[in-house]
Each structure stands twice: as structure tokens, then as C-alpha cells.
Design a protein around this ligand. Structure first.
Ligand code: WTA
Length: 658
């Protein structure tokens, strides 16, 4: 992996001088309310991580069996809360039922067509127990993997919590992924059961999930059974006898109680596939106790969650953000979490703001790519709605450009809501660098400082700490409870990806700098991972999809700056033979990539070319291609280029542009 090539596609934040102190009123009521408290927590955590996290774990989690030691071993193979037993669904449900929260709204849900449901903690518990009984009846329990490929409906949260309750490990696949992607993940996880729906709504269209599952099953032999939620009343669902079951049929008559199965602290709560720098997705494996603690505490600290809050994270549960900050984090805190099924611009561009107004949302968490779309759609949409209930705003997924930050602050936050720019990853399980909203002065574009218990730094290629404003690699130097434990079935890749480059440190794959005040500025990936609308995608994944097309000889894929998506996908393609590309081929290749990976991977540009520039040792020169895709002057060394004429042709526009 080359880390010397920066994507160089984000605004330079070097001259950002606007600072925003927390509003006094907010600071007074914050969960972490003083700089001294923060400093004391950081010092304690650095000196005695086991003591720091051990106490927090005893105070905040409900243990079936208390742990013997809070932490054992160094990174990367640290074990947390050793000897303890716990169940994640108990953290999210049972313990709230003995309090007044039993009739509090746990999930407020709105479907895209406008249908609504509210599940109190008691009702959610009942549904989870019923579905746990279903799982048991289907022979699913501790040690099994279950694939969830579902729309954003309450049944998804119910299925997750039921898997946790019976001790099965869930593997959620975002509903935008293709049948092939589902099959690949089913096989890697050796999943036994798929839970899906006939379909879901997205921008007024039906997304036919069961149909994709049917296709995937031809290629995933480990799947024995499929449970299907009826969401859109699609009339042509094919139900295979003794394999496919309707959710509502299975739930009928099930008891509303199910004793939660205590599992070991380190038991895998879930696997979540994410893109790495090779074509094969990585199954990031999270633990039960450490992950739950991280999700719970970061929700409390970063979002300053309060009992009476209506909290809304707009992510899809198919991504880590939805796992930690729609389901596990808020529910562990006994909070009210809002869940919305569909698109932000359906039936019109004011949909999100009408939801904020209708439910008096207090905390709103979204992605920079969404904010850029809101800006483009125009201020008239948020201005039509009363957003005065908002008290805190959050962002995640990619570096936020200061212009988007300022718009968010002024138009959505009315200049009174702190903005928490949260840096973290699928692998980190929860927020790592983020402002504590009651104490941290923020600056547009900076995710500010490490949360308590996180020891982060910016280092050079040899692992030496860098000085203020020197750009380098973002690392974490001390284990934390919610870190990934391994990559499913591939511990070597886990060690290699995160711990081999800089021994003893977790290598995040991001470039960053720290300013003179100790605030971090994350600059984007330093590997071959693209960040398209906040979604991770490997260039190689897209390249292998392209070369699987009959006409394609070779493909090289790079990102380029994209106004809305952050990064767009540009594909350089050489065809077999020397026939000119037929006009329809560009569209066909876009569709082909979509069908291989999913809609998020749809190329923005296909450029047909006679050859792809390579070094003499045969490596694709991505830096050059990135410059060309971005329309920049080609900079840097081209002396290793195998055939200089290839570059000249690409730059001179002689390539056959699609
Ligand atoms: C990027 C999403 C800058 C980063 C939670 C990281 C960010 C990758 C931020 C992880 C942020 C996420 N500022 N960059 N606030 N948040 N990233 O696994 O490149 O989908 O490595 O997790 O997103 O993406 P993932």
C-alpha cells in the first residue's frame, strides 16, 4: 500500500480561523461539563486504561457475570472485560423495563410513504423476545451467523436485537448492495439464515430485496432458511417451501418472553463488511461488551444525550453509523431514537426538515455529502419548517468542507447548536476524535480532539510523532474497548492491514495533521479506498467488476473531487481487441458495475483508453490518473512510466472518451 500519495481532493483548512465556543446554556447542562473533567479523564485513561474503562463498564453495563479483569494484553490482541458475561439486548431493553422508561418511546419510525410507528421499550422488548423465539425455532443460536438484508424498518432493529439475544452474530448488508455482494458476504461469514423483506421504499420506487436474495442464494450454499418481512406488499414474491417463511407467520403466537443468552464479553456481536484496499471486502468483527460500552459512552459524551431528547441519526443501519448510533448506542442509554426509511428528497427536498419539525428532533446527525445536497437544493426547504427544537448537530463520514459546516451552523443550527464533527471508522466501533459539545471550541473542518480513553497521534512513516501542522498518518496508540477484534476468518489480514505498518499502533488509513492547539484535521484516505458520499469503496473492487465484463481487457479506477459526493468514481478502461467502443458501452459498463457491487459503486466517468499508464514494474500509476481525472496538471515523477506516450495520449485528449 502506498501512503505517499495524498488524494489531495479536499479544501485546504490551513487558514481556517473561525472559532465557535459552546453556547453558555449548553455548556451548563453538558454531560461532560468542564475542561478539567475532560483532562482528568484523559490522564487517568492514559495512565491506567484498565482502571478507567473497568470502572465505567461496571457503572454503565448490566453484567450477567462480572468480569475478572478489565483488560488483558497489548494491541492488537487485547481482550476486554475478561471472564465477564453479558447480553447486548439486555443493555438495550430489559434494564429499562424496571424503570419508568418501560413506556417511553424507544424507536419512533417513519416510512417513506408517510406511515408511522412508535415502539415503546416494553413493546420493543416484546417483539424482540418473540423474534428470539422464532430464531430458536429455526435452529439459530450461539455460534451462528445471520445475514440481515433489510430496508430501514423497525423489524431490522428487532432482528438485530433478537440475534444478540440468542447469541447469534449478525452480519448486516446495506440494502443498496447487489445480489452478488450478498452472496459473497453470506459465503465469507458462512451464514445460515437470511432475514430480508419483500422490498423497501426509496425515492418513491420499490427496492426488491427478496428478489436479490433469491439470486444470491444460487451462489450461497450455507443459507438454509430465509425470513421475509412484508413491507411493500409486492405481489410476486417467490416463496420456496421449507426454505422461505413470512415474518408475520412465524411471529404469530410466539411468547413475548425470552430469556437472554449470556455470552462472553468477547463474543462476536456482529460482523460488518467494509471495503479495504484489495477487491475482497473485510468482515470487521466486533465484540459484545467492549463494543456496547463504546457505543453507549460515546453517545452519552459526544451527543450529550439526555433522557428527554428526540435523537435522529439519518444513516442507514447497513453502515456502522446506523449500528452504533441508531440502535446500540441510543438504546443502551434508554434514549428515543428516530428511524426514517427513505430518501431526503421525497416527496420533496424538505422531507428531513418536516421530520425534524414534526417530532421536535433535538439532535440531528448526518453526513457532509447530505449537507452539500441540502445546500444545492436551497435554503427555502429548511426555512419552511420550524427547526427550533434542535440543540445539537453532528456530522460523520468524510472531512467536512468549511462551507458546508458554516451552512449547517447558520441555516440548520440557527447559530445556537454546537456541531460535533465525529471522526471514526467501521473498525473503531464508535467515535474516536470528536468535540465534547459542552467544552470544546470548534473550527469548521476539524474533528477537534480525542474522546476520553482514546490516545491518538499523527506520525511519519517510521512512527515518529510529528509537530504542529505537519501532515502524516493518523494512528491510535493505546487499545480501546470498542476496537475491532479481528477480520472474520482472516486474522492475518487484520494484523497486516492495521498493525504491520507501524508496530504497536493502530493504523487508520487516514492522513491528518494536528494544529498548535492539539486539534486534529483529517484529510482523507492514504490508501486505495475511495470515499463516495461517505461510503467506503475500494478501487480494486470496482476494477474487478469492470474486468469481469466480456469486452474489458483492463481497468484502472481512481477518485476525483466531486461537488456532492466528495469523491466521484473515474474508470480508465481498455477494451479487448482494438475495436472502437460502441456508444452504448459506457452505459452498459456502468450498469455492469452496479449489478456486480451495487448502486453506490456506479461509475461517474468511463474513459476508454488505449493503455493504462504503468510503472516499469507493472503497477498502475494511480497518482497520474487521479491528476488526469481531476483535470489537474500532472505533478511529480513520471520517470518510472513504462510508456510515456500513454500519458501523452491520456492528457492530450486522444483517448476515446465515452
Ligand atoms: C472517513 C464511518 C474526516 C475516514 C463512521 C475514515 C472521516 C472513513 C470522518 C471510515 C470525519 C469518517 N472526518 N473523515 N469526521 N468520519 N471519515 O468505516 O476516511 O464507513 O477512515 O466509517 O471515513 O469510514 P467508515
Amino acid at each position: 500500500m502506498s501512503t505517499s500519495e495524498s488524494h489531495g481532493n479536499i479544501e485546504s483548512h490551513l487558514h481556517e480561523t473561525r472559532h465557535f465556543a459552546p453556547p453558555e446554556e449548553f455548556a451548563r447542562q453538558a454531560n461532560i461539563g468542564s475542561e478539567e473533567q475532560y483532562q482528568a479523564m484523559c490522564t487517568r485513561a492514559a495512565e491506567d486504561p484498565a482502571g478507567f474503562w473497568g470502572e465505567i463498564a461496571l457503572d454503565n453495563l448490566t453484567w450477567s457475570k462480572p468480569f475478572d479483569s478489565a483488560m488483558q494484553g497489548d494491541m492488537p490482541d487485547t481482550k476486554w472485560f475478561v471472564g465477564g458475561e453479558i447480553n447486548a439486548s439486555v443493555q438495550c431493553l430489559d434494564r429499562h423495563l424496571t424503570t419508568w422508561r418501560k413506556n417511553k418511546a424507544a424507536i419512533i419510525w417513519e416510512g417513506e410513504p408517510g406511515d408511522k410507528r412508535v415502539l415503546t421499550y416494553q413493546e420493543l422488548h416484546r417483539q424482540v423476545c418473540k423474534f428470539s423465539n422464532v430464531l430458536k425455532q429455526l435452529g439459530v443460536g450461539k455460534g451462528d451467523r445471520v445475514t440481515l438484508y433489510m430496508p430501514m424498518i423497525p423489524e431490522l432493529a428487532i432482528a438485530m436485537l433478537a440475534c444478540a439475544r440468542v447469541g447469534a452474530t449478525h452480519s448486516i448488508i446495506f440494502g443498496g448492495f447487489s445480489a452478488d455482494a450478498v452472496a459473497e458476504r453470506n459465503n465469507d461469514a458462512q451464514a445460515k439464515l437470511v432475514i430480508t423483506a419483500d422490498g423497501g421504499w426509496r425515492r418513491g420506487s420499490e427496492i426488491l430485496l427478496k428478489k436479490a436474495v433469491d439470486e444470491s442464494l444460487d451462489k450461497s450454499p450455507t443459507i438454509e432458511k430465509v425470513v421475509v418481512v412484508k413491507r411493500i406488499n409486492y405481489p410476486h414474491v417467490k416463496m420456496v417451501p421449507d426454505r422461505d417463511y413470512w415474518w408475520h407467520d412465524l411471529m404469530e403466537g410466539q411468547p413475548g418472553e425470552f430469556e437472554a443468552e449470556p455470552v462472553d464479553s468477547e463474543h462476536p456481536l456482529f460482523i460488518l463488511y467494509t471495503s479495504g484496499s484489495t477487491g475482497k471486502p473485510k468482515g470487521v468483527q466486533h465484540s459484545t461488551a467492549g463494543y456496547m460500552l463504546g457505543a453507549m459512552m460515546t453517545t452519552k459524551w459526544t451527543f450529550d444525550i439526555k433522557e428527554e431528547d428526540t435523537y435522529w441519526c439519518t444513516a442507514d443501519i447497513g453502515w456502522i453509523t446506523g449500528h452504533s448510533y441508531i440502535v446500540y448506542g441510543p438504546l443502551a442509554n434508554g434514549a428515543t431514537t428516530l428511524m426514517y426509511e427513505g430518501a431526503p428528497n421525497w416527496p420533496d427536498e424538505g422531507r428531513f426538515w418536516s421530520i425534524v419539525e414534526a417530532y421536535k428532533v433535538n439532535t440531528f446527525y448526518t453526513a457532509p455529502t447530505a449537507i452539500r445536497a441540502f445546500i444545492k437544493w436551497g435554503d427555502q426547504w429548511p426555512k419552511q419548517h420550524d427547526l427550533s427544537s434542535l440543540r445539537l448537530l453532528g456530522t460523520v463520514g468524510e472531512p467536512i468542507n468549511p462551507q458546508a459546516w458554516m451552512w449547517y451552523h447558520e441555516v440548520i443550527g440557527d447559530e445556537k447548536c454546537p456541531i460535533v464533527d465525529t471522526w471514526w471508522q467501521t473498525e473503531t466501533g464508535g467515535h474516536m476524535l470528536a468535540p465534547l459539545p459542552g467544552i470544546q471550541t470548534t473550527t469548521p473542518g476539524s474533528c477537534t480532539r480525542p474522546l476520553p480513553g482514546v490516545v491518538a497521534d499523527v506520525v511519519d512513516e517510521q512512527g515518529n510523532s510529528l509537530g504542529p501542522n505537519e501532515g502524516g498518518l493518523l494512528v491510535i496508540k493505546q487499545p480501546w474497548p470498542h476496537m475491532l477484534r479481528t477480520l472474520w476468518n482472516d486474522h492475518d489480514r487484520f494484523l497486516d492491514t492495521y498493525f504491520s505498518k507501524l508496530p504497536g499502533m493502530y493504523f487508520a488509513g487516514d492522513g491528518a495533521r494536528k494544529d498548535e492547539d492539539g486539534n486534529f484535521w483529517v484529510m482523507g484516505r492514504v490508501d486505495d479506498v475511495l470515499n463516495v458520499s461517505g461510503h467506503r469503496l475500494s478501487t480494486m473492487e470496482v476494477e474487478s467488476a469492470l474486468v469481469s465484463h466480456d469486452d474489458v481487457a483492463e481497468a484502472a479506477v481512481v477518485g476525483f473531487p466531486h461537488e456532492l459526493k466528495g469523491e466521484g468514481i473515474c474508470c480508465f478502461v481498455t477494451l479487448k481487441g482494438d475495436a472502437a467502443a460502441p456508444a452504448a458501452l459506457e452505459d452498459e459498463l456502468k450498469k455492469h458495475v452496479r449489478s456486480q457491487i451495487g448502486a453506490i459503486a456506479t461509475p461517474d466517468q468511463i474513459r476508454f483508453t488505449v493503455a493504462v499508464p504503468k510503472t516499469r514494474s507493472g503497477k498502475i500509476m494511480r497518482r497520474l490518473l487521479r491528476d488526469i481525472a481531476a483535470g489537474r496538471e500532472t505533478v511529480g515523477d513520471t520517470t518510472t512510466l513504462e510508456d510515456y506516450s500513454v500519458l501523452m495520449k491520456l492528457r492530450g485528449g486522444e483517448e476515446k472518451e465515452g
